[in-house]
Design a protein around this ligand. Structure first.
Ligand code: NAX
Length: 332
C-alpha cells in the first residue's frame, strides 16, 4: 500500500458528494493501493447531514479508508489535502441573474482558494465541479497565489463521457472502442463537442458514421445539441439533475490525471490556457489533454475545423465575459 493521501470533498452532504464519497473510499478514484483520509466540507446548516454520511462511510468498513472528518470551516477542511473535489456551490435561484450567480459563487470559491493556499499539501490537485465550474476554478486559483495555476482544473468529463456514449450508440460500437474525443471551451451550453479526431477501434469516426448513413447533418443537428443539452434532458426525464454520472465523471477526471490516459488516447479537462487554439492565456477552458505520472499536458496537435474554431471562439467569449463580470466586482 502507498502512504495515505488526504481528499477533501466540498458539498459533501449534497447529491454528487454522496454519490462520490463511497466510491472514493472504495479506491475507485486513486486505485486499490491508495489509502485515503477523507475530509468533508459543508455549510453549517448541512454539517449534521454530512456527519450522517460520515457514519455511513464508517459502516462501509472500507479497507482503504483511514479516517473521515467533517468540517464547516474551509481552512480546516483543506488542511494537508492532496486532492480537492470542489463540488458544493450556490445553485441558481428563481429570479437570479447570471451576474448574481457568479457573484454568489465567487464568495465561496475565493474563500476556498485562500484556504487551499494556506493549508493544502504542496502537490495539491483540484477539480471544480460546482457551476459555473470554469470560472469558479479561475476564482479559486486567483486567491491561491502559491499554488501553480495548472493545479486548478474544472470538470468537463461528464460532457466528454456523454459524447462517447452518443457516438457508441449511433455507430453500434462498444463505448470502450471510442477514442480521441474532445470537449472544448466552457462547461455550459456553449461547449464544443468535437468528434473530428475520434476513432472507433482505430477507424476514423466519419467512415463508421457514413456506413450508417450519418454525416454532417447528424453531427450538427443531433450529436452536438444532444451532448450540450444532455443535462437539461436528464432533468426533464429523471425529474432531477445528473448525479451519479457526474460523480463518476469527477472520479474519472482525477483518476486519469493521476494514473494517466491510455496510450494514443486523451481526455477532456478544463485547464488554464497557455494561449493555444486561440483561447486567451489564463482562462480556464476545456482542452484535449494527455496525462502521465500525475501531470497533464494540453495536446497541441489537434486540427480544429473551421466550424469548431468558430464555436470555440463564442465559448471563449462567454468565459471572458464571466471573468470580466467577476473582475468588475473586484472578486478576481
Ligand atoms: P446539491 O445541492 O445536492 O449539493 C450541493 C451541496 O453543496 C449542498 O449540500 C450545499 O450545502 C453544499 N454547499 C454549498 N455551499 C457550500 C460551501 N461554501 N462549502 C461547502 N459546501 C457547500 O447539488 P449537486 O447535485 O450535488 O451538484 C453540485 C454542483 O455540481 C452544482 O453546482 C451543479 O451545478 C454542479 N454540476 C456540475 C457538473 C459538471 O459537469 N461540471 C454536472 C453535474 C452538476 O450539475
Amino acid at each position: 500500500l502507498l502512504p495515505p493521501v488526504t481528499v477533501t470533498v466540498t458539498g459533501a452532504a449534497g447529491q454528487i458528494g454522496y454519490a462520490s464519497l463511497f466510491r472514493i473510499a472504495n479506491g475507485d478514484m486513486l486505485g486499490k493501493n491508495q489509502p485515503v483520509r477523507l475530509r468533508l466540507l459543508e455549510i453549517p446548516q448541512a454539517r449534521q447531514a454530512a456527519e450522517g454520511t460520515a457514519m455511513e462511510l464508517a459502516d462501509g468498513a472500507f479497507p482503504l479508508l483511514e479516517s473521515v472528518d467533517v468540517f464547516d470551516d474551509a481552512a480546516q477542511a483543506f488542511d494537508g489535502t492532496g486532492f480537492g473535489l470542489l463540488i458544493g456551490s450556490k445553485p441558481r435561484q428563481k429570479g437570479m441573474e447570471r451576474g448574481d450567480l457568479l457573484e454568489a459563487n465567487a464568495g465561496i470559491f475565493s474563500v476556498q482558494g485562500a484556504a487551499l493556499n494556506e493549508a493544502a499539501a504542496d502537490d495539491v490537485r483540484i477539480v471544480v465541479v460546482g457551476n459555473p465550474a470554469n470560472t469558479n476554478a479561475l476564482i479559486a486559483s486567483s486567491h491561491a497565489p502559491d499554488i501553480p495555476s495548472e493545479r486548478f482544473t474544472a470538470m468537463t468529463r461528464l460532457d466528454h463521457n456523454r459524447a462517447l456514449a452518443q457516438i457508441a450508440h449511433a455507430t453500434g460500437s462498444p463505448v470502450g472502442d471510442v477514442e480521441r474525443m474532445t470537449i472544448w471551451g466552457n462547461h455550459s451550453a456553449t461547449q464544443v463537442p468535437d468528434l473530428d479526431q475520434v476513432t472507433i477501434a482505430g477507424r476514423p469516426v466519419r467512415d463508421v458514421l457514413s456506413e450508417r448513413g450519418l454525416g454532417e447533418e447528424w453531427v450538427r443537428t443531433s450529436f452536438i445539441p444532444t451532448v450540450a443539452q444532455r443535462g437539461a434532458e436528464i432533468i426533464a426525464v429523471r425529474g432531477g439533475s445528473s448525479v451519479a454520472s457526474a460523480a463518476h465523471a469527477a472520479l474519472d477526471h482525477v483518476h486519469d490525471w493521476v494514473l494517466g490516459t491510455p496510450d494514443g488516447d486523451w481526455t477532456s479537462m478544463a485547464v488554464v490556457s497557455d494561449g493555444s487554439y486561440g483561447v486567451d492565456e489564463g482562462l480556464i477552458s476545456s482542452f484535449p489533454v494527455t496525462c502521465r505520472s500525475g501531470e497533464y499536458e494540453i495536446n497541441h496537435g489537434v486540427d480544429l475545423s473551421e466550424d469548431a474554431r468558430r464555436r470555440l471562439e463564442s465559448s471563449v467569449s462567454e468565459l471572458r465575459e464571466e471573468r470580466d463580470t467577476i473582475r468588475a466586482k473586484g472578486l478576481l
